[in-house]
Design a protein around this ligand. Sequence first.
Ligand code: KG4
Ligand code: ZN
Length: 375
Amino acid sequence: MDRPPDYSSGGAPATGRALTVLGLETSCDETAAAVVRRQADGAVQVLSSIVLSQTDEHAAFGGVVPEIAARSHVEAIEGVARAAMVDAGLEFAALDGVAATAGPGLVGGVMVGLSFGKAVALARGLPLVAVNHLEGHALSARLGAQVDYPFLLLLVSGGHCQLLEVRGVGDMTRLGTTIDDAAGEAFDKIAKALGLGYPGGPALEALAETGDGDRFELPRALLGRQGCDFSFSGLKTAAARLAAACPTHQDRADLAAAVQAAIARQLAERSARAMAAYAERHEPGRFVVAGGVAANRLVRARLQDTARAHGFSFTAPPLAYCTDNAAMIALAGAERLARGMVSGLDAAARPRWPLDEAMALSSPVHKAGRKGAKA
Ligand code: KG4
Ligand code: ZN
């Protein structure tokens, strides 16, 4: 009798050979390229990872300017991709595929990386994988540790704040999302109100180190509402008002500490609810956090405590792979390539591209709009 297919690694059964993939990431303000090898047994090696940040080019504007980002990606992508190949010690002929972020993100930048990926694929006769940037974050913990499917994921970045049940490659259900700002966006906007530079998250974390988080009382969002959705706009407004009345460095440090604690608490509270729901369906409980905000030490510590209290294991990506990078894109590409999930050279750049498309369309938190459902 035939044995049933082994889906333990998630999605369709994977190919039985090692795959080496060039990944490209240009969806926001980092031009990144990386080479990742996925062994036949699913083990992952990062052979190179180059991230060229445009932070300095956007600093004067207090945020990312899409036109500047797109132009910088055009100027940088070829050099960054070549550097990734040199660091990996490989010729293009050694590649099995090319993976490029195809969305969601700033579409001008996305088009640069995706077009470059198509050019490499065409010139070298390689398969192309158009990768959802969020799927890259979702799988990023696997760049540092073995994480079997299924797992519960908290994806917290500058553009997204979601809880997802991840059953395999491209097989995810959204359990909760933000009804207004993303957590990273809240960090960035409050940091700006405190006179800190962009990106605000790391700057606010540094300022909070010498602060007393108990001094300021901040509002708690969606009290009395069940479920796993997030909201940060009330916190943002309250913090901005308080920041205007914080003349000294110590005042600002105290406020930064209170803000960081409030964000960490909300993330932990909603994750706890998601863990309770997830535990009814799956054993063992695995909890993964990913995205730029996962680099925050207090956030990590709170989430780790929450996972332990609920009997879940806890995994976060290595710090270098929390914020945007191309290794996670190469890995997502390799996982798809291993399952024959490749894209045509007509793959489109998508400004919006929810991970759980069905859920985003049936119960959109944001109106779907002309360009499709937001994540
Ligand atoms: O994942 P990411 O690099 O880009 C997106 O896909 O959005 O995340 C960037 C976000 C920014 O909002 C940044 O302020 C935040 O992650 N971030 C942090 C920290 N490092 C980055 N937030 C809080 N603490 C940090 N240490
Ligand atoms: Zn990202």
